[in-house]
Every structure is written in structure tokens, then in C-alpha cells.
Design a protein around this ligand. Structure first.
Ligand SMILES: [Zn+2]
Length: 334
């Protein structure tokens, strides 16, 4: 089996950051998401790269009435209320024309029409599986809503990305969450890098979270945690639900650290090359809104990555796959 290049995009617009920033605070990035989607489709076509859009369920709604009609009765009861987007529904606009920060049916339809990519789920309400106060029945209902609203748009949901990557697939305590995915016919999800700097909330170091934020930042430029490529055929013992762990988040172009942009790209290309040579998977991800500012520079970086993919595809048959395409190959290899 050849190496594989997987790209997942957490498509969420304001629903991915509502608990941290207002639309006004982050307007430039958010208002350009539609344009970013157009350019992603265009560039991926040029290099024949497949993308998986892990899409927040709210974005599928044609208007607020539909969003409310698909909302579960049993909503997440986080102890800290700021994590629930439902109270915000009163203040958002009626539909995408009125409020492109909270609806995205036109973008979803473009991805669907392109035909080369996958639309997966990022849960219905950007659900936080590790935030205290919510429970598994609420997650189950949330996922049910995500699948139902996508079904209305004729989008079958087969893959999932957990908001804020809140999943520890190797811990017994998270097994019920994975069981909910299986129950709803989800075949794969994006896990995390193995290094403990990406898993601090489950370690005794949690109090030192700032140090780990810095380490994660540095890891984007210099090698701290290795390439994070995976033999996905070997790591998945449970074929009923495939883990396609993250190799790297593609950080947005940084004006402040622009001198180091080439180091960041070099690190990604090195990981891709290792995966291609060793027949492993390299899984890159980010959010479309990360490209909403410094859009030209971000797309120039992405084009360099795509060029690397092209040459690895030629030299090593390194293949671009959606999450579900790769999942199907893993399942068929048994
Ligand atoms: Zn998210």
C-alpha cells in the first residue's frame, strides 16, 4: 500500500470561535471564508488534491427556522455556559444572505458540486466532548442532528473531527464517545499527535498549559515531536472505527514570524516525504478562517505544499485521499 496524504479542514466560520471572539473581533478572517473555500477548490483541482471538509452542522441550515427545527431537544448542559452556542441563536441573522458568519449552505453546495472532496462532520453545534457538565446522551443527540441536517442536503456523513480535538481514543473513559460515532455510522475520525505536548489536558502537567502552548508553537518550526506520520493500517486494530491522527496543523501565515515561514514549510514537506517513502499517512489540517487574512501568502504556502505532493506522487505514488477513501482502503486491506 502506498503512502497517503490526507487534508481535513474544520469548516465552522464563527461557530468555531464563538466562545473566544465576537464576529467583530475576527471579522476579516471570518468574512473571507467563502472566498477561501472557492480558492481551496480551485487550487486542489489544479494539483488533484482531495480535501475533507469537517463541517459544523449549523452551517447546513438554510435559515434560522430550519436550524432550530434540527436542533436536539437535549442540548449540552456545560457547567460554563459560554461554551453553548444555543443562547446565541436569538442574536444571529435569519439566513446566509443576512448573516454569512453563521450559515454556509452556498459553500457546502459548491464543495458538493465539485465532486472531488468529502463533506464530513465537525458535530452539529461545535460540541465539546471534554467540557464538564455535558453528557453522552447529549453528544448522541447532537451527532444525530448533524447527520439528519446533512441528509436533508443529500450529504452522507462518514467522518468526524472533534471540536478542539477533544478526544483521547486510547483512554477507556472516551470509549462511550467512540461508541456513539459507530452507532451513527461514522467510519473514521481525526485523532491527535502522540506527543504529550498535544495531550496536556490528560497529563499532570496541565497547570503548565502555557509552556505547552509555546512548545506547540515551536514544534511548527523546529523538530520537537518528530514527523507524526503513521502506519494507519497497523495502528487501527478496531476496524469498525478508523483513527486517522493529525500529523500537523498548518498554522496561518505569520507576519510577525515571517522569517521562519520557510522553516514551517520545510517541516511539513519533510513529514510528507517521510510518509511517502515509508508508505505512511501524513494528515494535515487547519481551518478555512485561518486563511481569511494574509490570504495570498497562505495560498502561496499551500501551493508549495501541493507542489511537494505532486512530486511525491510522481516519485513514490504518494496518494491524496479523503478521510473516507483512506478508511475504505484500510477496511478492504483486511
Ligand atoms: Zn472547530
Amino acid at each position: 500500500m502506498n503512502g497517503h496524504f490526507v487534508i481535513s479542514l474544520d469548516y465552522e466560520i464563527h461557530w468555531g470561535v464563538f466562545d473566544k471572539r465576537s464576529v467583530e473581533d475576527y471579522k476579516q478572517n471570518l468574512q473571507n471564508v467563502g472566498l477561501v473555500i472557492d480558492r481551496l477548490l480551485e487550487l486542489s483541482k489544479k494539483y488533484n488534491v482531495k480535501l475533507t471538509f469537517a463541517t459544523v452542522g449549523f452551517l447546513f441550515a438554510k435559515d434560522k427556522d430550519e436550524l432550530k427545527a434540527f436542533s436536539p431537544k437535549n442540548k449540552p448542559t456545560y457547567n460554563d455556559k459560554k461554551f453553548s452556542p444555543y443562547p446565541m441563536l436569538d442574536s444571529i441573522g435569519h439566513d446566509e444572505n443576512d448573516d454569512p458568519f453563521h450559515y454556509a449552505l452556498s459553500g457546502i453546495n459548491k464543495i458538493k458540486a465539485d465532486g472531488n472532496h468529502e463533506i464530513g462532520t465537525h458535530t452539529f453545534c461545535h460540541y465539546y466532548c471534554h467540557i464538564p457538565g455535558q453528557n453522552i446522551a447529549q453528544f448522541d443527540d447532537d451527532l444525530n442532528s448533524a447527520i439528519k441536517i446533512a441528509e436533508k442536503r443529500e450529504v452522507p456523513i462518514k467522518s468526524l473531527v472533534f471540536p478542539r480535538n477533544m478526544i483521547d481514543p486510547h483512554k477507556a473513559v472516551d470509549q462511550p464517545i467512540l461508541d456513539v460515532l459507530k452507532k451513527h455510522g461514522i467510519a473514521s475520525f481525526r485523532g491527535k499527535e502522540n506527543s504529550f505536548i498535544y495531550n496536556i489536558h490528560i497529563t499532570k502537567f496541565y497547570k503548565n498549559w502555557l509552556i505547552f502552548k509555546v512548545l506547540k508553537f515551536l514544534d511548527a518550526y523546529v523538530n520537537i515531536t518528530g514527523s507524526n506520520t503513521y502506519d494507519v493500517f497497523k495502528i487501527n486494530n478496531d476496524k469498525s472505527l478508523i483513527n486517522l491522527p493529525s500529523s500537523r496543523m498548518l498554522r496561518a501565515y505569520s507576519n510577525k514570524f515571517k522569517k521562519f515561514e520557510s522553516l514551517k514549510l520545510k517541516r511539513i514537506k519533510k513529514g510528507m516525504t517521510k510518509a511517502a517513502k515509508k508508505n505512511e499517512m501524513f494528515h494535515l489540517w487547519w481551518h478555512p478562517h485561518n486563511f481569511g487574512a494574509q490570504t495570498e501568502q497562505n495560498f502561496a504556502n499551500l501551493e508549495e505544499i501541493f507542489k511537494t505532493y505532486k512530486s511525491l506522487n510522481k516519485d513514490y505514488n504518494f496518494e491524496s485521499s479523503t478521510m473516507t477513501e483512506l478508511t475504505n482502503k484500510i477496511k478492504a486491506s483486511l
